[in-house]
Design a protein around this ligand. Sequence first.
Ligand code: ADP
Length: 310
Amino acid sequence: MNKDSIKIFCPATIANISCGFDVLGLALSAIGDEMVIKKVRNPGLSITKISGLDLPKEIHKNVAGVAGLAFMEASEYKGGFEIEIYKKIKAGSGIGSSAASAAGAVWGMNYLLDSPFSQHQLVQFAMAGEKLASGVAHADNVAPAIYGGFTLVRSTEPLDVIPIHVPKELYASIIHPHIEIKTSDSRKILKTSISLADGIKQWGNVGALVAGLYQEDYGLISRSLVDHIVEPIRSILIPGFDEVKHEALGAGALGCGISGSGPSIFALSKGLKTAQKVTQAMSKVFENMDLSYDPYVSKINTKGIQIMTL
Ligand code: ADP
């Protein structure tokens, strides 16, 4: 096999998952970017091609470049890399567009060098890229992109990522309404302190959701997919949110909430058929509002980033 060049699928991800603000995330299989990473003799890193989105090729302005540089600084490799990015995940959609590029860059480079770094270290490099995108070196999207499945980021300093079991019949629905919400705006409106009563409800749900995932107890998963802290505030920025959620639950979803900082809305369901029904029900709300959107139905991606044939 030619190990000088690799083409990879870099999954979209859902962060927060209702009760797990800034700590929980999961990887999707139905949507993701593609990247080609090449090993070249000349030292340094360059982004040679970007398609699908208008993004800067300068390495200090692109999350793939920033994450890649963090990787190269820690590596003993003396040569260079070239990166091509084929964007399928729209920036600012709330399904980890920047995370896919940051995670993909470092995963691909690591593979081409025969994996000198662990998944844990790759998440740390990718977090440097996330800092460029949102000002915060968060890991709730890059961790599931690299590990696959569900992940819990217990702490970022020091980094502590816990991969979580994925129930076999779990599927995700995503609806991305074509409206723009700035991540900075959706962070700004959040309160910086919460009541003890809300905290109790929230950590009860996070603990129960993790238990429900391990036990494949869909009833418990459903009861735990509740957000008492962020969703009541952030959902105001997404037109039709309450109705979409109502329709998703009515169609049989286990739970429904904001994906990352929005505007995408996600739902989790047991079984593909229910997930398809839920996606249709959610889509209908935006159709009635005359708002354009992208719908996706996806299995939970337990592998994370994957090699594609060149
Ligand atoms: P979301 O997760 O809400 O979809 P992101 O976290 O992906 O949003 O943030 C997108 C921001 O990151 C945009 O401002 C975009 O210009 C910037 N950015 C820089 N490099 C990239 C890249 N390679 N892919 C996607 N976004 C990038």
